[in-house]
Ligand binder design. Structure first.
Ligand code: MTE
Length: 314
């Protein structure tokens, strides 16, 4: 599971940060081992954590194009717990308290535990991955995320053979999230992946962007990033990750099943019932560009869906 190959999107060694600047995977796993017991331990000052994160990261993926400026990444968002407008999250998300923060990881696993996010960030072998992101509404960005492949965590908790899917849950706290009083969705925001999607090396458990911790509006302190799927699958501000047997009910699929499927792979050939998905507007660019199957990651992920009718399983 942890074997690393050298896929097309891996950068040559010469472009990566020197080895001495980041901890290895064993250190990460050791860190996660103590995390469960240490949730109550004092959190590191977030400034320290931010600096550590920047130091230990190395760029392992490049999108082959310039990232969208930080200002746009952090000011044009979807985060409905803070409002429906694109600028609402940046204006309202200051009420979210991202530290200390625990993520409960359990369900059908041998080793459930609570991830202390501050500790995790200080110990994890963070990678910088510049991914193309495509929102279901037709806009896209290129974002330099900081994170660790979700597969590392999955391997650590040792899922039982009955675990076929992973369910992700966002915080739902009215005090910190002013708009969950509105029935926009059935809160908490929930998402899900099939086990092989969760284990795919592109799937990133993300704690930062642009070399710093996640801004609140981008899903602080920890979120999922799945670059070949529409943005709504990349659930923010996680508090629980559960391994389950049945395909989990997800918030968007539950609220509008004809519009938002469980898979939601980026697919220019399958229109949204109310608009085309064939093109997209890259934030910061004039005009539109063609949307690529699997958001340009087909060579890496198309095999996950071999034999499936992607028009039916949208
Ligand atoms: N996660 C939660 N909890 N709540 C949300 O409203 N919006 C999703 C996704 N994750 C959302 C969420 C959608 S529709 C998109 S396009 C991306 O977050 C946007 O992520 P970004 O603001 O970091 O670009």
């Amino acid at each position: 599971m942890l074997i690393r190959t050298s896929p097309r999107w891996a950068l040559p060694e010469s472009e990566a940060t020197p080895e001495s600047l980041y901890l290895d995977r064993r250190a990460l796993l050791a860190g996660m081992g103590v995390a469960g017991a240490a949730l109550a331990a004092p959190a590191m000052a977030s400034t320290d954590v931010k600096q550590l994160a920047a130091l230990k990261s190395r760029r392992t993926h490049s999108a082959g194009e310039d990232p969208t400026p930080l200002l746009a990444v952090a000011s044009y968002n979807n985060f409905y717990e803070f409002g429906l407008g694109k600028d609402d999250p940046a204006a309202n998300a200051h009420t979210l308290k991202p530290s200390p923060w625990g993520v409960r990881i359990g369900g059908l696993v041998k080793k459930p535990f609570v991830l202390d996010v501050d500790r995790y960030i200080s110990q994890a072998a963070l990678e910088e991955r510049v991914y193309r992101m495509r929102c279901v509404e037709g806009w896209s960005m290129v974002i330099p995320w900081l994170g660790v492949p979700l597969s590392t965590l999955v391997a650590f908790v040792e899922p039982l053979s009955s675990a076929k899917y992973v369910r992700f849950t966002t915080l739902a706290d009215r005090k910190q999230m002013p708009k969950i009083g509105f029935p926009t969705l059935d809160w908490p925001y929930r998402e899900g992946l099939r086990m092989d999607e969760a284990m795919h090396p592109l799937t990133l458990l993300t704690v930062g962007l642009y070399g710093r911790r996640l801004p609140n509006q981008n899903g602080a302190p920890i979120r999922l990033v799945v670059p070949w799927k529409y943005g709504f699958k990349s659930i923010k501000s996680l508090v629980a990750i559960d391994f389950v047997e049945q395909q989990p009910l997800t918030s968007w699929n539950q609220s509008a099943p004809r519009e938002y499927g469980f898979y939601s792979n980026v697919n220019p050939a399958v229109d949204h019932p109310r608009w085309s998905q064939a093109t997209e507007r890259r934030i910061g660019e004039f005009g539109k560009r063609d949307t690529l199957p699997f958001n340009g990651y087909a060579a890496e992920v198309a095999g996950l869906y071999r034999g499936m009718d992607l028009k039916r399983n949208f």
